[in-house]
Design a binder for this molecule. Structure first.
Ligand SMILES: [Fe+2]
Ligand SMILES: [Fe+2]
Length: 421
């Protein structure tokens, strides 16, 4: 018998053990032969793996690996392994992530090869030849500047302020929130596109903001609306420092991961986790926006020395993007849980309530591992084993999360981010 991932289970396979869901609820007894319908239902219940009779402990081979040329596989392995140089692969979750990312990369490279598309031979994360700028790099005490109100931080878009005010009023109703959102037609149109997307899988079409509020809830919809409003700020950062599209791609991917992980864990307000994931690296935008010289220095040095950007930020600039992000969100009066998840996404154990920071921590690691967009970091940050324990999922769930995120991130991104406004 052996654990087999749900996507690899086929009708006729027999359960070697009783099957339970992630919360321990009994689903099917051992010895049962699975039908196609059983497998569909198990997927709907969020089951990610089952013990199957007659399968070795190595499980079953991924069908896709058989179609990839060995040379392509080797190149994918080399390029993806570079991304994991600072995280290592001692932890079983990182081993699984590395395996999945190699496979994903190899499939992409094989597809390009089959289509005759030239690919660059340069390995990702390889040392670049650009010089580290020679300059006297002053450390910037952003924390002090923010606390003492010397630094003029960007203000939260008016629509988010109004939503927060309305939600904070004890006698406000769902209709009041719907009315505030509806006044902004662009925001309303985007929100409706998001809630009607395949990611949300609502059985019927939601055609008005008031219906969205009724079905999704005021807090969930406000989180989404804040995300849409905030993502289109910071448009003035030059592309020579950071590609903002790539920055938000990384952020949306992290938000999508966080939302899926949260739903597996049984967190009620999954949109709050989406928002936390979306905003997790927003502190970096303060550095890019207010200290462009230091930003270029840190980004170039990280690339040149193949070190983690976060390490250079902390050591050379005494700048902590997670702490700065937390302070910005505090100033914006976003929910404390979002503020904390952002502030502690690299050190979740320091938070009093470590679940949500842990979810964003893992979501960020996964986003860096797949390499979709970047907030400036080119490597996978180290995984905190305690955070993994707090989340309490099986490593096999990572494949399901990644595939769901692969299906939905691009679409969700186009709804959130606009080049035009
Ligand atoms: Fe970060
Ligand atoms: Fe990140």
């Amino acid at each position: 018998m052996g654990l087999v991932k749900i996507n690899q289970i086929s009708p006729g396979m027999e359960l070697a053990e009783d099957l339970r869901d992630s919360r321990g609820r009994f689903l099917l007894p051992s010895g049962v032969g699975l039908t196609a319908r059983d497998i569909r239902v198990l997927k709907m219940w969020g089951v990610v793996e089952a013990d199957i009779q007659g399968i070795g402990t190595d499980g079953v081979e991924d069908a896709a690996t058989r179609e990839i040329a060995p040379a392509v596989m080797e190149m994918a392995e080399r390029t993806v392994s570079m991304r994991f140089r600072h995280s290592g692969t001692d932890h079983p979750a990182l081993q699984e992530l590395l395996r999945l990312c190699i496979l994903r990369k190899a499939e992409e490279m094989q597809r390009r090869k089959d289509e005759g598309v030239e690919s660059s031979d340069k390995l990702e994360g390889e040392r670049d030849s650009d010089e580290i700028p020679r300059m006297n790099i002053d450390t910037i005490d952003f924390q002090r500047l923010i606390q003492s109100h010397i630094l003029e931080l960007p203000t939260l878009p008016m629509i988010s302020l109004k939503m927060n005010e309305t939600i904070a009023r004890p006698n406000s109703s769902a209709n009041d929130i719907a009315r505030v959102i509806s006044r902004d037609t662009t925001l309303s149109a985007r929100l409706l596109k998001i809630v009607n997307s395949a990611f949300y899988r609502f059985p019927s079409r939601i055609d008005s903001v008031s219906r969205a509020v009724a079905i999704i809830g005021t807090k969930q919809l406000t989180s989404l609306a804040s995300g849409v409003a905030i993502i289109n700020m910071f448009k003035n950062i030059p592309s020579s420092i950071i590609d903002m599209k790539s920055f938000w791609k990384h952020s949306v991917r992290c938000g999508v991961h966080a939302r899926i992980i949260a739903s597996y864990h049984g967190v009620q307000n999954t949109e709050r986790l989406f928002l936390s994931g979306l905003l997790h690296d927003i502190g970096r935008l303060i550095l890019y926006n207010y200290a462009p010289d230091q930003a270029v220095y840190a980004l170039t040095k990280a690339r040149r020395t193949q070190n983690l950007l976060r390490g250079i930020e902390c050591e050379d600039l005494e700048f902590d993007h997670a702490e700065t992000g937390g302070q910005l969100l505090k100033r914006w009066k976003l929910p404390v849980l979002v503020e904390d998840a952002v502030r502690y996404h690299h050190n979740p154990w320091e938070s009093q309530n470590s679940l949500e920071p842990s979810i964003v921590h893992l979501a960020d690691i996964m986003a860096n591992a797949v390499g979709v967009g970047s907030s400036g970091e080119r490597f996978v940050p180290p995984l905190d084993a305690g955070a993994w324990e707090v989340i309490g999922l099986s490593a096999n769930v990572l494949e399901v999360i990644m595939k769901q995120a692969d299906r939905h991130t691009e679409e969700i991104f186009t709804f959130f981010y606009s080049d035009e406004d």
